[in-house]
Design a protein around this ligand. Structure first.
Ligand SMILES: *[C@@H]1O[C@H](CO)[C@@H](O)[C@H](O)[C@H]1NC(C)=O
Ligand SMILES: *[C@@H]1O[C@H](CO)[C@@H](O)[C@H](O)[C@H]1NC(C)=O
Ligand SMILES: *[C@@H]1O[C@H](CO)[C@@H](O)[C@H](O)[C@H]1NC(C)=O
Ligand SMILES: *[C@@H]1O[C@H](CO)[C@@H](O)[C@H](O)[C@H]1NC(C)=O
Ligand SMILES: *[C@@H]1O[C@H](CO)[C@@H](O)[C@H](O)[C@H]1NC(C)=O
Ligand SMILES: *[C@@H]1O[C@H](CO)[C@@H](O)[C@H](O)[C@H]1NC(C)=O
Ligand SMILES: *[C@@H]1O[C@H](CO)[C@@H](O)[C@H](O)[C@H]1NC(C)=O
Ligand SMILES: *[C@@H]1O[C@H](CO)[C@@H](O)[C@H](O)[C@H]1NC(C)=O
Ligand SMILES: CC(=O)N[C@H]1CO[C@H](CO)[C@@H](O)[C@@H]1O
Length: 451
């Protein structure tokens, strides 16, 4: 009896509830279940009108090109990449309660970026076009579901900084804002972000590396070529010529592997907390003009550098001046110069893979784990490119693994100019390689790439 009574009231409850549900869906039909008004608004803002689109509020928007819907006619994706769109967008992007992917890249849209705060489930956003302004609150308005934010290549943007509200984007794994006139320093927010790729090269960043980099998940970090903060600078031959890591709270010893960067001219490691010796191998750096290691806590004997090297070692109480002057013959001259040049002609990219580039240390960056490899230099060490050392083969040719003189394992990729494929694909593959290894093991520092 009791059972039946219970069932009856449950059924009643269920019916009432269903009625309420039906009612509320009817009420909200326009907002929640039909994106026709938003699609018409978006269409009206685009010039030229994308193929098969209409400015009429029509229910057929799911059949329009470049639009993907789910079975309930919710727009999930709008992919308008390279549709020769011009003009500017309305300051408020129309609401799309289910939109996950918005791609407006490779068009000629100008003006202010629209506010995207009515896209609560946006996961991937591609905006690399000619916008000129990021409105206040833009990042605050972005969905916290956002995983990919591609803003790179917006050289006409007025100067902006990464705002602290960026920290809200807890699901973001890739953020690209290279060549976007980005200034200021990188906020120290990376401990709570899921970021694995951070591409901020070719900007005007200043300040120091945020300490939270060392606790982040970042595997692909591109910071080279800043206007007034040349962390890593490359020459037209795509070799690293300058490394500026002064005042970066670095600790640990200096890696001898810097000596593999044969084109290096300036190495600034001053005002850190480095210990141990100045590696003797640095004497091999025949292009070196300035080595500044002042204000650290280095020890040992200062190697004898050529007189052309400006050596700054003050503020290291434990350093012992070298006894002889001007003798660099301890080190063998570079072998097979000719074949090295041959390699250089074929390869157009210098890739740097390393273990623990920024270390796992809590307080700072461990420099001893920072390995920088010059491709030309590696090429002379033929064993790195022996087929038995091959990790895999992709669109760009083989990936090799090798060992540095201090036992560090590395992965090296030869990018051939002849392959004609883009850098992006190359990076994807690079990330593929790094994913094979421990999450925090392989990191990519500035890569000397063209374009
Ligand atoms: C909009 O709808 C009206 C009436 O249905 C129709 O006459 C007109 O051709 C439509 N315009 C476009 C661009 O589809
Ligand atoms: C958009 O950017 C391209 C370069 O990517 C440039 O050639 C073009 O003039 C820009 N267009 C506008 C309208 O700013
Ligand atoms: C990440 O996204 C999920 C939904 O996709 C959401 O529940 C979660 O709150 C997001 N995390 C953050 C930190 O925003
Ligand atoms: C770079 O930023 C600094 C301020 O941090 C500014 O003084 C300088 O003019 C900027 N340089 C360029 C080329 O924008
Ligand atoms: C430098 O490193 C030593 C040893 O790791 C540490 O005790 C000291 O506090 C550090 N100094 C600074 C200024 O970070
Ligand atoms: C410098 O390093 C020595 C060990 O090499 C250590 O005893 C000393 O405390 C360090 N000094 C500073 C200022 O960190
Ligand atoms: C330079 O070093 C080499 C090998 O250590 C030694 O044979 C030579 O005498 C040195 N020359 C001078 C000028 O000190
Ligand atoms: C970032 O990493 C992902 C995989 O984690 C990869 O697919 C992507 O191409 C990388 N690069 C950029 C610029 O997104
Ligand atoms: C290359 C360059 O412009 N360097 C300048 C960067 O900014 C500092 C001060 O913030 C100047 O001292 C440098 O000359």
């Amino acid at each position: 009896m009791g059972f039946i009574k219970f069932s009856g009231s449950s059924l009643l409850l269920f019916l009432v509830f269903s009625l309420l549900l039906v009612n509320s869906t009817n009420d909200n039909d326009d907002d929640d279940d039909d994106d026709s008004a938003s699609m018409a608004k978006l269409a009206a803002a685009l010039n030229p009108l994308p193929w098969t689109w209409s400015t009429n509020s029509s229910s057929s928007y799911c059949e329009w090109h470049y639009v993907k819907c789910d079975s309930s006619k919710h727009v999930l994706e709008i992919d308008l990449q390279a549709r020769t769109l011009s003009g500017s967008l309305p300051s408020q992007f129309p609401p799309f309660p289910f939109l996950q992917v918005l791609d407006l890249s490779k068009n000629k849209l100008t003006g202010s970026l629209p506010s995207l705060n009515k896209l609560p489930f946006l996961k991937r956003l591609y905006l690399n076009i000619n916008f000129t302004r990021i409105p206040p609150g833009f990042f605050q308005g972005l969905s916290s579901s956002l995983q990919l934010l591609m803003l790179g290549g917006n050289p006409f943007l007025s100067t902006w900084m990464i705002p602290l509200e960026f920290i809200k984007l807890g699901n973001l794994t890739a953020f690209s804002a290279y060549n976007t006139n980005l200034g200021g320093s990188i906020p120290d927010i990376f401990h709570s972000l899921a970021l694995t790729n951070l591409s901020l090269h070719d900007n005007n960043l200043t300040g120091s590396l945020p300490p939270s980099f060392s606790r982040s998940q970042i595997k692909d970090l591109q910071l080279q070529n800043q206007k007034n903060w040349s962390f890593v600078t490359c020459d037209s031959e795509k070799s690293i010529t300058k490394i500026s890591l002064q005042k970066q709270r670095l600790q640990g010893t200096i890696s001898p592997s810097f000596a593999d960067l044969t084109a290096l001219r300036y190495l600034n490691l001053n005002d850190n907390n480095l210990t141990g010796p100045i590696p003797k191998s640095f004497v091999k750096l025949t292009n070196l003009e300035v080595l500044d290691v002042s204000n650290n806590n280095l020890s040992g004997i200062i190697p004898t550098f050529a007189t052309s090297v400006k050596l700054i070692t003050s503020g290291n109480d434990l350093l012992i001046p070298s006894r002889t002057k001007g003798n660099t013959s301890d080190f063998p001259p570079e072998a097979k110069k000719g074949s090295e040049d041959e390699f250089r002609k074929d390869e157009s990219c210098l890739e740097l893979f390393s273990h623990n580039m920024l270390g796992k240390s809590q307080n700072g960056v461990k420099l001893q784990e920072l390995h920088l490899l010059d491709f030309g230099k590696l090429a002379t060490a033929r064993n790195y490119f022996h087929p038995t050392n091959m990790l895999g083969k992709g669109g760009f040719g083989p990936v090799y693994k090798g060992k540095l003189q201090d036992g560090q394992e590395i992965a090296v990729k030869r990018l051939s100019r002849a392959s004609g494929q883009g850098l992006e694909e190359f990076r994807n593959e690079a990330m593929g390689i790094s994913r094979l290894q421990h999450r925090n093991l392989v990191r990519l520092l500035g890569c000397c790439v063209g374009g």
